[in-house]
Design a protein around this ligand. Sequence first.
Ligand code: GAP
Length: 457
Amino acid sequence: MKLEMEKLISHLKTMGFVFQGSEIYGGLANSWDYGPLGAELKNNIKQAWWDFFIKKNPYNIGLDSSIIMNSKVWEASGHIGNFNDPLIDCKACNSRWRADKLIEEKFTEMNVGGWSNEQLENFIEEKKIKCPKCDKTNFTEIRKFALMFKTNQGVIEDMTSTVYLRPETAQGIFVQYKNTQRALRKQLPFGIGQIGKSFRNEITPGNFIFRTREFEQMELEFFFSPNDSKNWFQYWLDNVQDFLENTIKIKKENYLLREHDKDELSHYSSRTVDIEFKYPFGIGELWGIAHRGDYDLSQHQKVSGEDLTYLDPVTNERYLANVIEPSVGVERLLLAVLCQSYKEEALENGERVVLSLPNNLAPYKFAILPLQKQQVEKANEIYLNLISKTGISGTFDDKGNIGKRYRRQDAIGTPYCITIDFDTDNDGCVTVRERDSMNQNRVPINQLEEYLKENTK
Ligand code: GAP
């Protein structure tokens, strides 16, 4: 069954995962807030990334840099000059479009990422591409639309106080490369990763949380010697796939790799591979792995005047490190996980919606459900003991019939429902029901912690 986005969006709202931003004021286009369960799920994804790429990787260390930086950073990185989208207006109905997306949405097999404005204009005219809103073919020339949000720092609004909200977290890493390397006494190869908000004034945000103006990135900049013969690009491509398949449990058949061709490569990249996910609305970029060479360090060295070269302790040579960058958006990963997990199932006595989230990502790992009033106290004691002593996140629900309580936990992806019944007093055991199979088994209360830890890693 093909997942309908409307159904997923409505489910996520009802269950407390994702709400429309500023909803009581009529909303703000394409802004989304994460409810209690969405916030847990998002945090679990970020924690999983941090554990895999920072804590458990022998080469990497973490950073948390500012959103607002000296504007020279963006001059050096090329964002002030180059970070813009080709904007085109329909003269008939005044609607505004991204010229490249107009083409790619009509010719889905094409990728026109590296095309000049002239190429785009000619193609639109030649193929008589219509305005998606009014069906006319009467467009303006393409104009550049700067994607960075501008604001002012300090009390005086003038040119010298202009600052930008960062459009990527990567530059914060390049700017602190030297401090980080020195403070941690790192030798090449090593990587610096960070998770944080980025902002882009996208012309056509959309598809729920897929493309928004405010989003979070998890980026790793991996620095290595230009003389290093190891294929670090392949190493990181393999690591990203390992993380996707074994930690986040994205199924192999749900994603594909796409190598950028020469025309499409960004100005800083000599090789880029995108990992694309099969979203319900079409195939879309999830994760980009780019070889950035020494572009960023050499630009920052030039504009800041700081020496960013590395003195090789073995060869005594000085050089600028090369960089491989795996970069992913938290929300795109979250959306991929949700699309893959959402299921509607027919049961003997009705139907259920299940979020078959990987156990390690589920907002709650367990729910304690006392069957009768008499067991509420005992159940509460088990619940409080588990959450305070073990730190495993869980929930408690003693309201309504047990069938409905199971349905609610299935719908929010809780892997284990634990019921306390009359036998509990006699045998010291509880019934544990597994979300996907709905199988039940008896587990001694004193082994619950171990059971949950083992099964929700
Ligand atoms: N530092 C490199 C960089 O930022 P990018 O391909 O522009 O590269 C990296 O962005 C990732 O960030 C994308 O693969 C995507 O997952 C996410 N991303 C980019 N723009 C986004 C947006 N407007 N909304 C949500 N996620 C976005």
